[in-house]
Design a binder for this molecule. Structure first.
Ligand code: PEP
Ligand code: MN
Length: 359
């Protein structure tokens, strides 16, 4: 793989450490942009983000105001001196945003999932005389190669002011996070491309404002180079992602509470390994909880049909197949038997409880 040895930070030198990109999910009006940008600039934020073209999962949502918002972004820059960033998904977006003097373009998660779209963006960037810097968000699925492939396409187009942003991954069902972090993936990206500026977007990982700070702190403890945080002058009125946006005052508080440039962190290697373990444990527990919910569904099914809670043959097959699979993954068979028995025991306890409750 091309090591991308020549890449540099996509962020302006004045952005501070950690770098913070803040601003609304979507540009909605000139007033909203200025009312959000001014207090952000006063609290020292140097890069303003706002989505102009919004890729929405379902039709009928607010899809951004498009071209007029480029003038608002230019005005924010003129009034506050902040650098500006927006999302691009097509060649037309690239040409319009670059033509209007936007400093940083980001490729969103839905777009970085699509090599055709990324290549179209790359080709448009290659045609620019002074292209803006580019940040590639991870694709929605936890596929590191797809992410690296997108970075590679942009790099091959001659973009050296290039970075990546981790915004979590789509998973099915109810989860703590809107987008599961799978922190091991950005870590592996950093291992493979050590000189790549790596940002974290805690807003899209968290999905709700109460969780943004916690995710931001984790990212800082794990030595991300900066954060992208959604911020709106009236978050509850926002036309997109209302639940996760902070007010400029909340953002200023959050930023103040972060360790400066990671200097507060002592043993970084150990810290980051422990953070990975914490995340893996969290996902183990989430998986276990999902398993128990399924157990309860089965319990109700058996109860309705008067089937016994414990079916010994099923138990035996379960222990055998799992021990075999786990052993092939390098896990100790004795440990597997103890663990699987404990899980089974708890499943039976729940099912018996269901049967008794409904009797
Ligand atoms: C955004 O930053 O507003 C956005 C749409 O992000 P993502 O592509 O990460 O969903
Ligand atoms: Mn958003």
């Amino acid at each position: 793989m091309d090591q991308m040895d020549d890449i540099k930070s996509p962020l302006p030198a004045t952005c501070g450490i950690p770098a913070i990109l803040a601003g609304p999910c979507s540009a909605e009006s000139r007033r909203q942009m200025l009312d959000t940008a001014r207090p952000l600039a006063e609290s020292g934020i140097r890069i303003f983000r706002a989505g102009i073209w919004k890729p929405r999962t379902m039709p009928g949502g607010f899809e951004g105001v498009g071209l007029p918002a480029l003038d608002w972004l230019a005005e924010v820059k003129a009034v506050t001196g902040m650098a500006t960033a927006t999302e691009v998904a097509t060649a037309t977006h690239v040409n319009a945003a670059a033509g209007s003097g936007v400093d940083i373009l980001w490729i969103g998660a839905r777009t970085s999932s699509n090599p055709f779209a990324v290549q179209e963006i790359a080709d448009a960037l290659a045609g620019l005389h002074e292209p803006p810097a580019v940040i590639v968000k991870n694709p929605i699925s936890p596929d590191l190669n797809l992410w690296i492939g997108a970075l590679q396409r942009i790099h091959d187009a001659g973009i050296t002011r290039l970075g990546a942003a981790h915004r979590g991954f789509t998973t099915y069902g109810e989860n703590l996070y809107r987008n599961t972090p799978h922190w091991a993936i950005p870590f592996e990206l950093r291992r493979r491309i050590p000189n790549l500026t790596l940002l974290c977007d805690p807003s899209h990982i968290a999905g709700r404002r109460g969780l943004v700070e916690q995710v931001a702190r984790k990212a800082m403890a794990m030595h991300f180079d900066g954060l992208i945080i959604e911020c709106h002058c009236q978050p509850d009125e926002a036309l997109s992602d209302a639940a996760q946006q902070l007010t400029p005052a909340q953002l200023a508080e959050l930023v103040k509470s972060l360790p400066a440039g990671g200097t507060a962190i002592a043993d970084t290697e150990l810290e980051s390994l422990r953070e990975q373990i914490d995340r893996i444990d969290e996902s183990l527990l989430e998986t276990l909880a999902a398993r128990m919910q399924l157990t309860d569904t089965i319990g109700r099914y058996k109860q309705q049909r008067s089937l016994p809670a414990v079916q010994p043959m099923r138990y035996k097959a379960m222990i055998e197949t799992r021990t075999d699979y786990g052993s092939r993954l390098g896990l100790n068979p004795d440990f597997l038997r103890v663990m699987l028995s404990a899980i089974h025991e708890e499943s039976v306890r729940r099912q018996v409880e269901i049967c008794c409750k409904n009797d």
